[in-house]
Write a protein that binds this ligand. Sequence first.
Ligand SMILES: Nc1nc2c(ncn2[C@@H]2O[C@H](COP(=O)(O)OP(=O)(O)OP(=O)(O)O)[C@@H](O)[C@H]2O)c(=O)[nH]1
Ligand SMILES: [Mg+2]
Length: 330
Amino acid sequence: MAATELVEGVLQGDRRSLARLISLIENEDPSVGYALSQLYRHTGRAHIVGVTGPPGSGKSTLVDRLTTEYRRRNKTVGIVCVDPSSPFTGGALLGDRIRMQGHALDKDVFVRSMGTRGHLGGLARATSDTVRAMDAFGKDIVVVETVGAGQSEVEVIDLAHTILVIDVPAAGDDIQAIKAGIMEIADIFVVNKSDLPGADKKAAEINAMLDTDPRERAWRPPVMMTNARGGEGIAALVDKIVEHRKYLEDSGLLAQKGLQRSRDELRTIMSYKLTRELMEKLEGRPEYEQALRKIAERDDDPYSVAERLIAEFLVDYGRSVKENGERKRR
Ligand SMILES: Nc1nc2c(ncn2[C@@H]2O[C@H](COP(=O)(O)OP(=O)(O)OP(=O)(O)O)[C@@H](O)[C@H]2O)c(=O)[nH]1
Ligand SMILES: [Mg+2]
């Protein structure tokens, strides 16, 4: 089934349509682009919450608890678990599935796991499209969980309005420390496993680090303590997430971020489309192969050739877009 046929279902809150659309997104099905353009106007309502931190810090357990608390507050929840190191996708991350089982029968919770299919840029794209699909579907909150080990995860979580960075007490734990680049993106710090010794010390360390931050800022990331396994500190954390959202709205930052995101996204889409369509048109064509040979033989130079090919392409492209538009209107 093509993605376009799923749009109505997604907008009407049909879970199967949403699940199928996400599979098509993961498979980079060509029909996805048009479906997403149809859904776009119905997005922008969800509060997107990113959860990142070292492996085993309790992210999934925490997300599960957050979900319970949001449901108690009558909010619907979408969850995307992203694991850049896993080749599995489509809900195949067994651990996450088991941990989220408490919500398996709740039709107002939708869980999806995603792993890498090839390049990481593709994962960031697929995650962002999946979040968007859940937003259009009508989820109030969309949580994106990803292991926080490097730059790649920052890219994946970039779309969140509110980012939680999870840390754990160091004592007796072989969990790796969170990296500097990850600390900087935190809107809220969470010291999870507060039932273990050293939690207060860890919170004090994070606060001390925040004290040395020279940036003037209206929102100083608070440091919250949770025991996700025992379900402690969860309501206070949700209160903070709500408070951060309100801060973003009141300060105008939400609108500002939205504009920046539109700018980045449009640029990405345009350069992707232009490059792909240009190359599709050129590759394998005799004139193109001949131009390549001429460049190699120093009979022509790549600068002039690029300029010529782009100019020709743009004229053709303009014509075909216009014709397509006319066809659609008929
Ligand atoms: N003592 C204690 N253990 C916890 C707490 N939260 C989670 N755990 C345990 O920590 C382990 C890892 O929890 P997960 O929720 O899978 O951690 P994660 O960060 O999602 O792990 P990955 O997705 O593999 O990176 C599990 O055995 C949990 O039961 C907590 O607050 N206290
Ligand atoms: Mg997990």
